[in-house]
Design a protein around this ligand. Structure first.
Ligand SMILES: Nc1ncnc2c1ncn2[C@@H]1O[C@H](COP(=O)(O)OP(=O)(O)O)[C@@H](O)[C@H]1O
Ligand SMILES: [Mg+2]
Length: 306
């Protein structure tokens, strides 16, 4: 079987031309979006997606027009966490219209293109051994298409929920040369921190975007009887890790089953149960991020700062 290496030229497909056209469309789309912020970790299962959904809700509550791009193509979560699964995407000549979640949050996720819960995303490689390169190329091409062909409309902020894997971070640069910030999520375990530290290095060196800071998720759990905080992991304090890496520490989110349930039900905990400790922590973190992004303070924040 021939692989793409054996084919002379592009066999008349003008792949280069197609990519350039798409890249131009992507730049025009991105120019309509005020701020682009990526949430990443390097590590899976640390709570990136649930944090993105809640930050989107917190910032939409401030009156911002927020979009969420679920860039985790293999483990898409945003359609579920923002309650838009089952919405039919509208395909128009000027692009696909994203789904609409709570507070009008616009959501695009691979999940919305899959026919059933059990359907996985599989990239089939042209030849064994080249599968890895192929997968990477397919992922980038799909993300480019998502960014270029989605009609987000006017957006103040696009949040990107990135997949785990430090090696994927540099692929973003050609797609999002003007990223306004990167937020890193870690657990307080050493296993997580060692991996996350690597992604901080890659984010700093390759993305050329300011690291807005690090969030420690599942920092503690609250005793269901007395409400006292108990550490969930024995690892070192992530605030010290942030200090060592010379990035801001944005705060800690406790483990809270109410948060898990809210995400499963498709509404961010911050909207469903705003007075829970996890929701309060997420609101505070969103306010710190808003400040780092130089967003105007809300009337309440203005009052409090007097
Ligand atoms: N602080 C938390 N309290 C309770 N559940 C959480 C918390 N953070 C994340 N979860 C849950 O853990 C699971 C993994 O989180 P997720 O956001 O999907 O991680 P990631 O995107 O990093 O892979 C989800 O079911 C999510 O709802
Ligand atoms: Mg995720």
């Amino acid at each position: 079987m021939k692989t793409y290496r054996d084919i002379a030229g592009d066999a008349g497909s003008d792949v280069q031309g197609q990519v350039e056209t798409q890249q131009r469309r992507l730049r025009a789309r991105m120019a309509k979006i005020g701020l682009k912020v990526a949430v990443l970790s390097g590590k899976g299962g640390v709570g990136k997606s649930v944090i993105v959904a809640n930050l989107a809700a917190a910032l939409a509550t401030r009156g911002m027009r927020v979009g969420v791009l679920d860039a985790d193509l293999n483990g898409p979560s945003q359609a579920k966490m923002l309650g838009v699964r089952g919405q039919r995407l509208q395909f128009r000549a000027d692009g696909v219209k994203p789904a609409r979640g709570p507070l009008g949050i616009r959501v695009l996720s691979m999940d919305l293109f899959l026919p059933s819960d059990e359907t996985p995303v599989l990239w089939s490689g042209p030849a064994e051994g080249e599968g890895y390169i192929w997968r990477g190329a397919m992922e980038v091409a799909t993300l480019r298409e998502f960014l270029a062909d989605t009609d987000w409309g006017e957006l103040d902020l696009l949040l990107l929920d990135l997949p785990p894997g430090t090696d994927r971070i540099p692929n973003l640069l050609p797609l999002l040369p003007e990223l306004h910030g990167v937020i890193i999520v870690t657990l307080p375990s050493e296993v997580s921190q060692v991996i996350v530290a690597k992604s901080v290095t890659v984010a700093k060196e390759t993305l050329k975007a300011p690291v807005l800071g690090m969030i420690e998720n599942m920092a503690a759990h609250l005793c269901c009887r007395c409400g006292a905080e108990e550490p969930l992991f024995p690892g070192q304090d992530s605030a010290r890790m942030a200090e060592r890496l010379a990035i801001p520490f944005l705060g800690r989110v406790p483990f809270d089953p109410v948060l898990t349930r809210s995400a499963d039900e498709g509404t961010p905990v911050l909207l469903l149960h705003p007075s829970t400790p996890a929701a309060k922590a997420l609101s505070q973190i969103a306010a710190t991020i808003a400040e780092a992004l130089h967003l105007p303070p809300t009337p309440i924040e203005r009052e409090e700062s007097r």
